[in-house]
Write a protein that binds this ligand. Structure first.
Ligand code: ZN
Length: 499
């Protein structure tokens, strides 16, 4: 008897339909076709043990398994569950019609327990009804229009199919996820950097317009704290964004039962390899830049990074997508992230410091900056100097700046204006040159002011559009229709000579 079941294979952040075909016949053999890798072949041992522990009979006759289509690459252990059910049905121990229209995913332990899989949120998009391990169920239930049943063992799945002990559908946790989006840690961090007025203004601008930002300052000036408070000022993810973020994180690793994917903030160390940063592996998985999709990628100590690794960031930073090619497969991962980077001004850190001396030679300073200058810096709108905080400014009685709530409200308003006005609801930082011309209209007098100031500051032509986009965001923060001279002047302060 031939039995067919529905399963799925991962391909980037998508899933492809796979049909698991099982036949039990004569002879003594267990064969599998359809390009399965070693993990699929090893499933023989696990499936046999799980079937016997569940109290069923392992057919002594020949079992032939085919995973179709043959040209779809299949990896991992997620086919254990459909294999076990298929063998039971093909050997007449389970009614085959009970398996129809259900997507089965799950790894089996030798004792028949079900273990979590990778990519549950992605595979769920292929299904109407899905049965999978309990730990992966919450993740799968985020997908729209799918009924998800989580089970702990092969026996529980069989009991559910037979109707003897029904499993409860896993509720979609999307509403709870969207409601609980406030980032308390980031808000507390932002509260703690009060007093750094200029830095906070720069951060507000960056988060409002999605502008990439470089923080430059000596050790201990608070660069990392400022960067880590950024998530307090980004609006929560929409449901559509939440689904996309869940899919990316879901294919990264096996689900752990947690599925709190808020707007991402990924802090990455300079020892990170190119593969970890960009993605890769034999079965390509998303890298840090994709895990930061929809949120912030934070690179600390930019001067310590390998220049080649930083250069590899340029193309994905521009396009918002990365293609990972391997011998048998080529996949695309989205990576629209906002870059926040931090660096010391020189190797010792004290160049330009008010009270400490810098020991670095000019040659060393140039070499240090060359690592991240050029193409990467070209894609950064805001360069912000961070000065060590004046201790008196930390006295809360002397603090006169805006509260976290006020800043957040301003950023949210500016984001709302952009999503209504800009093509595709994109942030100002992602406008192309034609759109800048159309959306950031300024008078001839202001244009002249901009060009003259750019010349006197020795700013390159590349700064022109970046200044206009930042000025547009500053006007949006104020809720103003037109860009003013003050907006342009403020935006110009965030650029450096020669850039
Ligand atoms: Zn120095």
């Amino acid at each position: 008897m031939l039995v067919k079941l529905s399963a799925a294979a991962l391909h980037g952040v998508d899933a492809l339909a796979v049909s698991v075909e099982v036949r039990v016949g004569r002879g003594i053999h267990f064969t599998m076709g359809g390009l399965p890798n070693s993990a699929v072949r090893e499933s023989h041992t696990r499936v046999r043990s799980a079937i016997e522990v569940a109290g069923y009979h392992w057919p002594g006759r020949g079992i032939t398994v085919n995973l179709a289509p043959a040209d779809v690459r299949k990896e991992g252990t997620a086919y254990d569950l459909p294999l076990a059910l298929g063998i039971l049905a093909a050997s007449g121990q389970l009614a085959a019609e009970l398996l129809e229209g259900i997507l089965f995913v799950g790894e089996l332990a030798l004792d028949g327990g079900l273990r979590p899989v990778r990519g549950a949120a992605v595979m769920a998009s292929r299904a109407r009804t899905m049965v999978l391990p309990t730990e992966s169920a919450a993740e799968a239930a985020l997908a729209q229009g799918v009924t998800v049943y989580g089970a702990d063992s092969l026996s529980a799945v069989i009991a559910h199919l037979n109707g003897s002990v029904q499993l409860k559908p896993t509720p979609c946790g999307m509403d709870a996820l969207l409601a609980g989006a406030a980032n308390e840690i980031a808000e507390a961090t932002l509260g703690a950097v009060q007093g750094q007025e200029a830095a906070l203004r720069g951060l507000e601008l960056a988060m409002a317009g999605g502008h990439n930002m470089l923080l430059v300052g000596p050790p201990g000036a608070g660069k990392t704290m400022i960067a880590k408070s950024a998530p307090a000022l980004i609006p929560p993810l929409t449901a559509a964004e939440q689904i996309q973020v869940s899919r990316i994180h879901s294919v990264r690793k096996k689900s752990s039962g947690q599925h709190k994917f808020g707007r991402p903030f990924r802090a990455v160390h300079h020892s990170t390899t190119q593969t970890t940063l960009l993605g890769g592996g034999a079965d390509p998985r998303p890298g840090e830049i994709s895990l930061a999709h929809g949120g912030v990628l934070f690179l600390d100590e930019l001067g310590e990074w390998d220049r080649h690794v930083l250069n590899a960031l340029r193309a994905p930073l521009e396009s918002g997508r990365i293609t990972i090619s391997r011998a048998q497969v080529s996949v695309d991962f989205p990576c629209e992230f906002q870059l926040i980077a931090a660096t010391n001004p020189c190797p010792c850190g004290y160049l330009g410091h008010v009270s400490r001396r810098c020991d670095c030679s000019e040659h060393r300073i140039t070499a240090y900056r060359r690592r991240f200058s050029g193409p990467l810096l070209d894609r950064i709108d805001i360069q912000l100097d961070i000065h060590p905080v004046n201790l008196r400014a930390l006295d809360p009685r002397k603090f006169t700046g805006d509260s976290v709530g006020v800043r957040k409200a301003r950023v949210l308003r500016a984001r709302a204006i952009q999503s209504k006005r800009n093509p595709g609801g994109r942030t100002n930082s992602r406008l192309n040159p034609a759109e800048v011309l159309r959306i950031v209209k300024i008078s001839n007098a202001l244009r002249l002011f901009l060009i003259e100031t750019m010349n006197s500051y020795h700013l390159s032509a590349r700064s022109h559009d970046r200044v206009l986009k930042m000025a547009r965001t500053l006007a949006d923060l104020d809720g103003r229709k037109n860009v003013s001279k003050r907006d342009l002047a403020e935006a110009l302060q965030y650029r450096r000579a020669g850039q």
